[in-house]
Design a protein around this ligand. Sequence first.
Ligand code: DGT
Ligand code: CA
Ligand code: CA
Ligand code: ZN
Length: 583
Amino acid sequence: MENAIISALFDQMADIMEILGEDRFRINSNRKVARVIGDIPTDIRDLLAGGQLAKVPGIGKSSLAKIEEFFKTGAITAHQELLKKIPPELLELLTIPGVGPKGVKAVYEQLKVTSIDELKAVIENGKLAGLAGFGDKKAAAIARGIAFLEKSTGRIRLDLALEASHLVLRFLRDITGTLKTQTAGSLRRCAETIGDVDILVAADKGKDSGGEGGQIIQAFTSADFVQEVLAAGPTKGSAIIQTPSAAVHVDVRVVPQESFGAAAQYFTGSKEHNVRLREIAVKKKLKLNEYGLFKGSKIVAGPVEEEIYEKLGLDYVEPLLREDRGEVEAAKHHSLPEIIDPEDIVGDFHMHTKASDGNCGISELAEAAKEWGYEYICITDHSRSSAIANGLSARQLAKEIKEIRKINEKTKGITILAGCEVDILADGSLDFDDKLLAELDFVIASVHSGLASPRQKVTMRTLKAMDNPYVTCIGHPTGRLIGQREAMDLDIAAVINHAAQTQTALEVNANPWRLDLKDIHCRMAIEAGVKLAIGTDAHSTIGLGLMGYGVATAGRGWATKSDVLNTLSLAKLKSWIKIKRPR
Ligand code: DGT
Ligand code: CA
Ligand code: CA
Ligand code: ZN
């Protein structure tokens, strides 16, 4: 629906008028229209057609005409006229955290600033700080806002978003008026990158009817961790918060208790998933929005999220699956997968000790893994060609195997398997010979060099590695580093096909920098009958805690317990590994 676009157009008209110093009354009326439309939960195209839009308070005759014009022509003439009156880059200044129309008006009129670059220049030469109403502190805040804007790709890693959400949730839970909290949006769906963190708060409106929402938002936006407030209203606050690791955009919404489930559903998204649900609601002559599921004006479901699905005739869809990838159909036909749960994991296949580039010893890792309730772990230090990672020579590995066996004898409550993360060399051969590999319980083969080679080459290397009978698993198959390095140009379909043929597992590297295989590739692998091996690639005991990211990624790929190797008991795992090996 176009509500958001039209709302944004009215907001932009107000922005431009404010920058130009036009009539206050007209500016405010455009802002009001923007807000009213933004708050309407149903498609305003329908409201307009049905004649109800004219009756909505705040939308006058001239605004109504503009909305009609938009639906007819796709544009609003008054908006286009306003755009012509300012330099085209000027509106970009409004995207800087902490800069509003008033600030833009001031720098445009008094310092002739028309772009972010020119704004940077007047910050540097001190002119901005000298401007009335600015000063050193505000100029520095704007400089930080620009720096944030420039370094952000807009999206951040899952672990950084999670850290931010924990900070905000802890804060919100201690505020009076908060009844419940819930993470929503892409973070709740565990998407591989996060645009912004969405958090819902259920508040008891009580006697002062709605006053509490404003207080909660007020408290949030004035919290110590807030770097810049982007918006603060009676029910929604947006801010850039500073965590120990990153600056993160967080949206907090306060919703009444009776709509909490509906809001959780709506704001968890994805947008595409929600569109599918609304179609089903319409077919059932129901209306679905963030306030509830309605039959006429009667609420059918609202406080509890599960009931929204139930009343739509659907099985409950786990947030991880809400991407409009067939889950709504499956929910209708009771054929949703029972996706893997972190509790199903009984071992970790991928970790490094201080013998290569890790920080801990074998026993330390084993003791920490016991805390996770694991049945087994596998030590997989690097091989000699990974020189940067202090890879082991053949002799060193042989020695490590002996040491692992010895420590395993002494260790109670967990089995320590001997493994290796062996480099796949340029020609697809492996860094160690088969005789040594045969000594190992579990072999991960990974590409660590030449990732930028052409598709045919990187694919050939990977396929050839799988032909080795001792290779249990391909490590981080595409080699991507989120936000830092592109994946190899791998023919993923060919890799999956060959993995199925050779009984080779594919890793789901759980490190949030990698998440490799990614969700959709996990799904392709599962459909081809390939097993997934989830490994943390831990370089310390803390790293073992990354498992959840891998499990979520596999779950987003519709993986069930039986698709994942490290849900198998040790005995079953050993027999699975044997299938591929010569007798
Ligand atoms: P992100 O932040 O880009 O990683 O992705 P999301 O999914 O968190 O998106 P966001 O933060 O823009 O909105 C949160 C959820 O709110 C989104 O997943 C679905 C819901 N939502 C937001 N705007 C709309 C809309 O215009 N239509 C519908 N159906 N749902 C929306
Ligand atoms: Ca979001
Ligand atoms: Ca958001
Ligand atoms: Zn590794």
